[in-house]
Design a protein around this ligand. Structure first.
Ligand SMILES: Cc1cc2nc3c(=O)[nH]c(=O)nc-3n(C[C@H](O)[C@H](O)[C@H](O)COP(=O)(O)OP(=O)(O)OC[C@H]3O[C@@H](n4cnc5c(N)ncnc54)[C@H](O)[C@@H]3O)c2cc1C
Length: 648
């Protein structure tokens, strides 16, 4: 059977309806997963060194997962006609090992960024069967980095995305924002801007503190980040000495990373601006070393001029395995409670549907994960009752705590004819670039929209003004980002027909505002309410102001001022904004999303009453569900550190 046939195999669909595709025992599966988790424990530096050689689920490890119980285990999948199944018999099987909250790696998941990794890694063990249920298509038409980075092709294509919008944003003059997420193989990693940017050392260490699990610390996670990565030479083969620190990178993993392979005229200006203003824009040889602060060369998830996504790196190669199957165009609509065990619901079955008329429920990612949980009865009991949804786990945190990075694209008109604007206007130039990319995988299209960027700290006066602590995770975590590009870029206005421009995107990377994902209907095909709460907290508006002032400082450094390069701010109201109040008003009129939602199924210690999953990502209050996507990440500084400790 061809790979494609396996996606659309009707016979396979029928078998799911019967609910009886065989799986090996949960015991072996649980041991297998524990074995991998054990390796996340904090190690001494010497042990970490050793672990880099052999730190995960390698083939050798997989042969040593303990005895496999020959007893078949139900797949836990329900199609839209699951009434054909005899529930009572299955319940007995699912009640196996009731003393522990067991969750084997077999079962279902989505084909997004995290789901593709999980599916491929578990399928390395032939003892397990994996079914991936993906609402979108198997499409790899998003391989060209540049087109995607301008957010014009991939996320502009309605068939590749969840075409969400936010609710009116109070902090943004009640504007409604587009809020797309990837809906295809690789999920959002197939439509994103390819910037490979790890959290800081403090981000991970704070995550470990919040989770009460040292396995999340920087030192524990770094070997796995290296294991996942293959840093590759840029397509122009230039010498990358001084652009990355090889000791913090991997060179044998499936995810390809690189640095820009097409020089931009802005590169030397940015490097020289860093030299000219080393205190404000210090040069950072490698922002992925645990300390991202400063100006550095951007690393991309690409190799050989092509996007490397969770799909290309993990899921596509795993399709050759006979123990991994994928259902495409299929939406999980609900988690199904199959048992009450020790007063805990067991949610390891899912229901799914391929059309609105089908019976079903299901989810994944920071928006869809909470939606599916809520539809399944996991959420605020009172609110769910209003939708006629029976409560299974009363946890009001599901869908709450949403945080995202607000962004503005700020443009300046420049005195230069070497910006990339012409490529976006001139069809024959555009075609020439495409031909170059298609024939040699070189040229402008191999990069995303900038070659250097900066992660920066706000001065302590910003926090003193509000009498609050720095909400970032610590001294190595930035408060804002500057992302310069050699072309006009905007999320709120079309590119002008003439002229030359540069853009500096400013983003707040330590937002204090918290929004939510809430149901609008008990119908899983109706989009939920998404409230990003952008700039709701005055501190966030102040941080955006700080970021914009920093961008203005950057274009005022000699390398940008020399020879009259910078003419003036272009369009928008930035040019007219003089006072801080003017700039904040400008921010409220132009802020949109950086596409980085998280926190809607946040992780925390077992005792943490605000958490949705525990440190092992198991859904609290239920059995059988593990949430592995961006929804679990948190910014929980407030309750682990008293205010003002980090004021300088
Ligand atoms: C336009 C854009 C640009 C970005 N740029 C960057 C960047 O440059 N660098 C960076 O680090 N991050 C970037 N991000 C963020 C990053 O891509 C995401 O944080 C990350 O991909 C989220 O991974 P995830 O696994 O949580 O969810 P996703 O990758 O979104 O995966 C969720 C998957 O689940 C599927 N799914 C959802 N609901 C259901 C259902 N009910 N049934 C079946 N399947 C379902 C979806 O179709 C999707 O495939 C960007 C995001 C976007 C959208």
């Amino acid at each position: 059977m061809s790979e494609y046939d396996r996606f659309v195999d009707r016979d396979m669909m029928m078998r799911f309806r019967g609910g009886g595709v065989g799986h090996k025992s949960t015991r072996a599966a649980t041991d297998f997963f524990k074995q991998d988790r054990d390796k996340l424990d904090v190690k001494k530096p010497s042990e970490v060194e050793e672990e880099e050689e052999d730190d995960g689920m390698d083939e050798e490890d997989l042969s040593d997962v303990g005895e496999i119980d020959e007893e078949e285990w139900d797949f836990g999948i329900r199609g839209d006609q699951s009434s054909e199944t005899d529930d009572s018999e299955e319940d007995e099987e699912h009640l196996e090992e009731p003393d522990e909250q067991e969750f084997g790696p077999e079962g279902d998941g989505m084909a997004g960024t995290a789901g593709s990794v999980i599916a491929a890694r578990i399928a390395e063990n032939p003892a397990f069967s994996v079914l991936v249920i993906e609402a979108g298509e198997r499409i790899i038409a998003t391989e060209i980095p540049f087109a995607a980075s301008l957010s014009t092709s991939a996320i502009g294509n309605a068939s590749l995305i969840w075409n969400y919008t936010t609710v009116p944003q109070i902090g943004l003059n009640n504007r409604v924002l587009p809020y797309p997420r990837g809906r295809l193989f690789g999920g959002s990693s197939s439509v994103n801007s390819l910037v490979y940017s790890r959290g800081s050392r403090d981000d991970f260490n704070r995550l470990a503190a919040v989770a009460g699990d040292p396995g999340w610390s920087w030192d524990s996670i770094l070997p796995f980040m290296k294991k996942a990565e293959s840093f590759t030479a840029p397509v122009d083969r230039h010498n990358t000495t001084g652009e990355i620190n090889p000791t913090v990178h991997g060179f044998q993993g499936p995810l390809l990373t690189t640095v820009a392979g097409f020089p931009s005229p802005l590169d030397s200006r940015l490097v020289n601006a860093s030299i000219a203003s080393p205190t404000q824009f210090p040069f950072n040889e490698d922002y992925n070393s645990g300390n991202p602060l400063g100006m550095g060369w951007i690393q991309y998830t690409a190799g050989g001029g092509i996007r490397s996504s969770s799909s290309t790196a993990y899921l596509q190669p795993a399709l050759k395995r006979i123990n991994l199957d994928v259902l495409i165009n299929t939406q999980v609509t609900k988690l199904r409670n199959i048992a009450e065990t020790k007063k805990m619901p067991d949610l390891r079955e899912v229901e799914f549907a391929q059309s609105q008329k089908g019976r079903g429920y299901m989810s994944a990612g920071s928006i869809n994960t909470p939606q599916i949980l809520l539809l399944s009865g996991v959420g605020n009991r009172t609110t769910l009752a209003g939708f006629g949804i029976c409560s299974i786990v009363d946890n009001p945190n599901v869908g709450q705590h949403l945080q995202d990075h607000p962004l503005i694209a700020n443009q300046w008109a420049v005195n230069s004819n070497s910006t990339f604007d012409e490529f976006t206007r001139n069809a024959s130039l555009d075609q020439a670039l495409l031909t170059q990319w298609l024939t040699t995988r070189t040229g402008l299209l191999t990069d995303t929209s900038g070659n250097l960027f900066a992660w920066l700290k706000a001065p302590s006066s910003v926090f003193k003004k509000f009498n609050v602590a720095d909400p970032s995770a610590g001294p190595t975590s930035p408060n804002f980002e500057l992302f310069p590009s050699n072309v006009f870029g905007s999320f709120v206005m079309p590119a002008p027909a003439t002229g030359n421009y540069i853009t500096i995107v400013t983003g707040v990377s330590s937002p204090s505002s918290r929004g939510s994902v809430t149901l609008t209907s008990s119908d899983p095909f109706i989009f939920p309410n998404i409230d990003t709460a952008f700039l709701k907290e005055p501190l966030d508006a102040q941080l955006m102001l700080t970021a914009i002032r920093s961008a203005e400082d950057l274009v005022n450094t000699p390398p940008f001022r020399n020879n009259g390069f910078i003419i003036q701010p272009a369009f928008g109201v930035l040019g007219k904004a003089r006072t801080d109040e003017d700039v904040i008003a400008y921010a409220r009129s132009e802020v949109t999303t950086y596409y980085h939602p998280c926190g809607t199924a946040k992780l925390g210690q077992s005792s943490d009453t605000t958490a949705v999953v525990d440190s092992k990502l198991l859904l609290k209050g239920a059995l059988g569900v593990r949430i592995v996507d961006a929804s679990v990440f948190v910014s929980a500084l407030k309750f682990i550190r008293p205010p003002c400790v980090f004021q300088r």
